[in-house]
Design a protein around this ligand. Structure first.
Ligand SMILES: Nc1ncnc2c1ncn2[C@@H]1O[C@H](COP(=O)(O)OP(=O)(O)OP(=O)(O)O)[C@@H](O)[C@H]1O
Length: 246
């Protein structure tokens, strides 16, 4: 699977938030979308998942754009938002059933993955519960579970680490690793830079609606002239550099 974001200009009103954003994710890659508050990470994600329409430029997943075929385009994506979005009138079981029907999944296969994930997240005794009875972390786990039964080609994960306990963070990272091996690609926005540095293959550094650079840690170190520096140090340097230009 490949995701290609090409010359993307976009945002919410006539003044663009994103100014010609370009980046690419290859087959089986985990790419971290890194940037300060307000840099444009969620706006980029909202364009990729089809919630916002580009002013210009294009986004292609496996060569298909949303204008080519909206259903095909969206079926390729599993999205895990920063704040869990669940239907308060549906039980956990009904959320899983809704995902199976929305993505046209094979019921037996999907339930077999779901049961495995339910056990892993210790939600297997809670199939008849409604989201109002879940903690924030439990709601997040439901979103992760529903995303990972889809076997989507592109996983878009917005700041996954903040509400999860360390066991769940580890479980999620294992799920991501397995999904990568199946050829899915993952775009993950996060402020948890030490975890991102350990697990991401590449990083897209976004600042003021522009991609400053894309590459692995070695490329970033070279570009910033900061051998052996951490992603955190490089990012602080970038923020410093940019604020001295303002
Ligand atoms: N619904 C909206 N309407 C208008 N402008 C918005 C809206 N949402 C975000 N923006 C603006 O778009 C810019 C980029 O915001 P965005 O949410 O993409 O940042 P972010 O990188 O995801 O930040 P954070 O790390 O805080 O989540 C900001 O200037 C913000 O004020």
């Amino acid at each position: 699977m490949t995701l290609e974001v090409k010359d993307l200009v976009g945002g919410y009103s006539r003044i663009p938030v994103l100014k010609e954003v370009n980046f690419k994710i290859n087959n089986g890659e985990l790419v971290g979308l890194i940037g300060l508050n307000g840099a444009g990470k969620s706006t980029t994600i909202n364009h990729i998942i089809g919630l916002l329409k580009p002013f210009s430029g294009e986004i292609k997943i496996n060569g298909i754009s949303i204008d080519d075929d909206v259903n095909e385009y969206k079926k390729q994506i599993a999205y895990i938002p920063e704040v869990p979005i669940l239907y308060k009138e549906l039980t956990l079981k009904e959320h899983i059933e809704t995902t199976i029907s929305a993505y046209d999944l094979d019921e037996k296969e999907a339930w077999s993955s779901a049961n495995r994930l339910l056990k892993m997240f210790r939600l297997d005794k809670k199939l008849d519960w409604f989201p109002t009875n879940f903690s924030k972390g439990m709601r997040q786990k439901v979103m992760i579970l529903c995303a990972f039964i889809t076997n989507a080609k592109l996983f878009v994960i917005d700041e996954p680490f903040l509400g999860l306990d360390p066991v769940a963070v580890n479980d999620l990272l294992n799920l991501i690793e397995k999904q990568k091996k199946k050829g899915s690609s993952i775009l993950m926005s996060t402020h948890v830079l030490d975890t991102a540095e350990r697990f991401c293959d590449e990083f897209v550094l976004i600042h003021n609606g522009e991609v400053r650079t894309q590459g692995n840690i070695e490329k970033l170190q070279k570009e910033f002239g900061m051998d052996d520096s951490s992603l955190n140090d490089i990012y602080l340097e970038l923020a410093e550099e940019e604020s001295s230009h303002e």
